[in-house]
Design a protein around this ligand. Structure first.
Ligand SMILES: [Zn+2]
Length: 332
């Protein structure tokens, strides 16, 4: 499997300059300046911390024990040797493979570089990004599929309510919307995928709320489809690594980043990270797609917040703002 490494582009493409709180992309003022030097570690392709620093022209690079810190005026990236997650502007991202240590250097896999770091740092470099004016909103569950039972209510009702609020917020911002359901009906995952694939010029956002046997679990998670050749964040099923990613890998992670970052920033929620999965609902979709988990309804305090209209309005507002930023960031 060849994973193409990020390449440079003519510096003239500076039309998008971004305001992203986190996604900061500055690609135009931040030209790549080095080539990639690929090293095999355990049979897998990796690139070194120094190489990443040079390529993206980070101004400061601090190496201390297993910790690496890359600094640009608007962006800080942190790695830790052996860890399977990294931080970019304090947002937690799950990696497909752990950071490897060799000869005093920390290495990141070329898959994580190409499928996560590059699209997050430079979404404007995504090749042939989708032009979209429509957002397909997918309220999770419905009818006899109630989803999780929360302290104050069922998941299926919260997902539909938040989705209807998101629809209004997006339409106010000039987007068209399509809903997989607008009432309490059952839809299979296949029907949701089929619905999504019928609409062109669109992105797809599936809305869920979380549950845990541990009543103390809280926080927001955002899922993007795991790229080809990798396993899901929970490590489930080595078999899954043989499945395809999707042609929208780069946009998926950029969209997940925009949504997650906006919600973190605007709601000050607990950060459970941007994760990878091969949920059926994401796998078959031929457009940028994410699955958003808006908090734990099984936790008393978080469930109580989610039960209020104000909180659901804030969530809808943050997600809609993120869609606007994503659209700008990919250059449309
Ligand atoms: Zn759910």
């Amino acid at each position: 499997m060849t994973h193409h490494l990020p390449t440079t582009r003519p510096a003239s493409r500076t039309r998008w300059l971004v305001s992203l709180l986190l996604l900061l992309l500055l690609a135009g003022v931040w030209p790549a300046s080095a080539n990639w030097s690929v090293t095999k570690i355990g049979g897998r392709d990796y690139v070194s911390d120094e190489n990443v620093k040079d390529f993206y022209r980070f101004e400061r690079f601090v190496s201390s024990g297993g910790d690496r810190l890359f600094k640009h005026p608007t962006l800080i990236m942190r790695w830790k040797s052996g860890s399977q997650s990294i931080y970019i502007n304090n947002i937690l991202f799950s990696l497909s493979f752990p950071i490897a240590e060799q000869s005093g250097h920390a290495y990141i896999s070329t898959i994580d570089l190409a499928k996560l770091v590059d699209p997050v740092l430079r979404p404007s470099y995504i090749k042939k990004p989708i032009k979209f004016n429509t957002v397909i909103i997918d309220p999770g569950h419905g009818d006899h599929d109630s989803g999780a039972k929360g302290v104050f209510g069922w998941e299926k009702n919260y997902t539909l309510d938040l989705s209807m609020r998101l629809k209004r917020e997006l339409e106010e911002r000039g987007f068209k919307t399509q809903m997989t359901r607008t009432t309490d009906v059952f839809l299979s995952l296949g029907q949701r995928v089929e619905f999504a694939n019928r609409h062109s010029d669109a992105i797809f956002i599936s809305i869920h709320f979380n549950s845990s046997g541990s009543r103390s679990a809280t926080g927001i998670e955002t899922y993007a489809l795991a790229p080809q050749g990798t396993s899901s964040t929970d490590g489930s099923g080595a078999w899954s690594s043989f499945l395809n990613g999707n042609v929208r890998d780069a946009e998926n992670i950029a969209l997940a980043t925009a949504v997650h970052a906006h919600v973190m920033h605007e709601l000050k929620a607990t950060d459970r990270g941007i994760k990878r999965a091969r949920f059926n609902v994401l796998r078959g979709i031929n457009k940028p797609a994410i699955l958003f988990e808006g908090g734990f309804i099984t936790n008393y305090a978080e469930g109580k917040k989610i039960h209020t209209e104000e909180y659901r309005n804030e969530l809808a507002d943050a997600i809609a703002n993120a869609v606007v930023k994503f659209q700008k960031a990919v250059g449309r």
